[in-house]
Write a protein that binds this ligand. Structure first.
Ligand SMILES: N[C@@H](CCC(=O)N[C@@H](CS)C(=O)NCC(=O)O)C(=O)O
Length: 234
């Protein structure tokens, strides 16, 4: 049975506006694994941890992009990162955490606070008008509480932007002239790096963070390279 990937409906002409959904799809594409792509916001209701993505494979339902990748690596012996040194593995884990546990929150702030009217229309437009406002308001309230709970939501706009820019600068310096995040061949870190960068650079949210990221030519070239190699269908 083919693995089923459950994720949000794509929008904005990028594979997914959720960097975590896009991370899993990118991992599956990098490793060349067959999968059935089940897209739709309604799958959130079926999600075991109330977040997307999740997968079904061999009768198991697994949630969380990192846990899913761990499962796939052990179940299918994927050789993707086998050539990496201990140092590279450590650096990769640190960078992954920067993307997923720090930069992600800056992106959330930009979308759900600064660009909320635009995002509301994009994320919730497919709902019937009577439900749209209620669901959007509840979802936003939860996201604002999460931003506050994580801590980033307590900073000023300028402080948050400054943190995001330092992240982007660190990523650009880390990537430097390498074709992929860790060298000449793609690794699992690219499954995180590419989606997060695309979700800043290639979305119609003209934030200061996007303008700042556009200043790094290597980030643009990296995204173009990843797209032509793993998403030629886009
Ligand atoms: N740690 C999770 C994070 C997944 C996540 O945050 N998904 C977000 C979209 S980017 C989501 O489903 N949000 C819906 C909600 O919180 O209601 C993973 O790696 O899969």
């Amino acid at each position: 049975m083919t693995l089923k990937l459950y994720q949000f409906e794509p929008c904005w002409g990028i594979p997914n506006a959720s960097p975590f959904c896009m991370k899993l799809e990118t991992y599956l594409r990098i490793t060349g694994r067959d999968f059935e792509n089940c897209t739709g916001n309604q799958y959130l209701q079926k999600a075991p941890k109330d977040k997307l993505p999740f997968i079904e494979d061999q009768g198991k339902t697994i949630a969380d992009s990192s846990l899913i990748i761990e499962y796939l690596k052990t179940t299918y012996n994927d050789p993707l990162d086998q050539h990496l040194s201990a140092y590279d593995r450590g650096a990769a884990k640190g960078m992954q955490r920067l993307f997923e546990d720090h930069l992600y929150w800056v992106v959330l702030y930009i979308r759900w606070v600064e660009y909320w009217p635009q995002i509301k229309n994009l994320y919730f437009n497919d709902l019937p008008p009577v439900l749209r406002n209620v669901i959007a308001t509840v979802a936003r309230r939860r996201t604002l509480a999460n931003l506050n709970g994580q801590g980033i939501g307590r900073h000023s706009r300028d402080e948050i932007y400054d943190m995001g820019k330092r992240d982007v600068e660190a990523i650009a310096h880390f990537l430097s002239a390498k074709p992929y995040a860790l060298g000449d061949q793609p690794t699992t870190l690219d499954a995180t790096a590419y989606p997060f960068l695309v979700n800043i650079l290639d979305v119609p949210i003209e934030s200061d963070l996007k303008a700042y990221a556009q200043g790094f030519e290597n980030l643009r070239a990296y995204c173009d390279r990843m797209k032509s190699q793993f998403y030629p269908d886009l």
